[in-house]
Design a protein around this ligand. Structure first.
Ligand SMILES: [Zn+2]
Ligand SMILES: [Zn+2]
Length: 339
């Protein structure tokens, strides 16, 4: 059974054109920074909105709504949905529901953004611009679809982005708009999209998951921790995706700070055995050594049994020969006696 709603052809074409126009228009519009110029405040606005909204996507859309890796209040979950919506990556319930599909069917034909199935560029941007599966399947996310305010922001996800854009304009006119709502959003898009494209193609694999997920330090830096994607596919319910101290995970540091002041709680952590891949590898090596030794012993024992069997068969043949000879002698003696 296909878990995704079937696309409507006419509506799909119209929405795809709209998405594509917005996508290309934002890229072209961002080039205006070259002739409008900017102040350090504009650069700070660009970087600040990138960081805030990346947090909204990684800690909100992803770790909270898709994976429920921590708990929070109803008002703060709405704040998370609001900040994530400012990134213009469609509705929170739509995104989180389809992300659950990604984990369930990773790198199979049912995975909407697998670079293995439909190529790198489709995994990077094609799937989200396409509008092929634009309807939200509430059955994929009934735990959050029950909140009316989340259903509202899922439909009107562009409202927070428009308010943000108005704020950028109020901050520094056209320059504020181009730096804060234009360039920052384009950088944010491509930063986020690397997780669906490059994090399934570029990096190392600590865990032998059934998908192509990778760990990548650089991607973890630009996505505030999402680059530890192989860790995440191995154990998806954890609030931290960097499992060790050297795996930088800024979203998790912020979540820890928010937990310290009581805004979020019950951050889930990976269990001990997940954190000891070295021990698992050592045990696997040891098992292989023991298995090889057992196989050698078995071969020696088989050889010895073979030798014993051969000797026994020789002795048996000799004994048979002796018995037959004795029988022959006895019959000859009997013949002599009667004659
Ligand atoms: Zn993935
Ligand atoms: Zn995930």
């Amino acid at each position: 059974m296909d878990p995704l709603p079937a696309p409507d052809a006419r509506r799909y074409t119209a929405l795809r054109l709209l998405s594509l126009s917005l996508f290309i228009g934002m890229h072209l519009g961002s080039l205006a920074v070259f002739w409008l110029g900017g102040t350090w405040a504009d650069v700070a606005l660009c970087v600040g909105l990138y960081g805030l909204r990346m947090f909204g996507i990684t800690a909100g859309y992803h770790r909270y709504f898709a994976h429920r890796s921590y708990k929070t209040s109803r008002w703060f979950q709405f704040v998370l949905a609001w900040i994530g919506s400012m990134s213009i990556q469609k509705g929170v319930l739509w995104w989180a529901g389809l992300h659950r599909v990604h984990h369930r069917w990773s790198d199979t034909p049912r995975d909407l953004h697998s670079p293995v199935q439909r190529g790198l560029s489709y995994a990077h941007v094609g799937w989200i611009v396409s509008s092929e599966h634009d309807d939200t399947d509430m059955a994929l996310i009934p735990d959050f679809a029950k909140y009316p305010e989340l259903r509202w922001i899922n439909t009107y996800y562009w409202v927070p982005a428009l308010i943000m854009a108005a704020g950028c304009y109020a901050f520094d006119g056209a320059r504020g708009l181009v730096w804060g709502a234009g360039l920052s959003t384009v950088l944010l898009w491509h930063g986020t999209f690397t997780i669906n494209s490059l994090s399934h193609t570029w990096g190392s694999r600590r865990y032998e998951t059934t998908d192509t997920s990778r760990n990548n330090f650089l991607l973890a830096l630009i996505t505030l921790g999402e680059g530890w994607h192989n860790n995440h596919h191995h154990y998806m319910n954890s609030a931290n995706q960097g499992f060790f101290w050297w795996e930088v995970d800024v979203s998790y540091y912020v979540l820890r700070a928010l937990a310290a002041v009581g805004v979020v709680r019950d951050l889930r952590k990976p269990p001990a055995h997940v954190l000891r891949p070295g021990l698992v590898a050592a045990a696997t090596t040891r098992l292989a050594v023991v298995k090889a030794a057992a196989e050698t012993h078995l071969a020696v024992a088989r050889e010895a049994v073979g030798e014993v069997k051969a000797v026994a068969e020789t002795r048996l043949a000799e004994a048979r020969e002796a018995v037959e000879s004795a029988v022959d002698d006895a019959s000859a003696a009997e013949t002599n006696a009667t004659s």
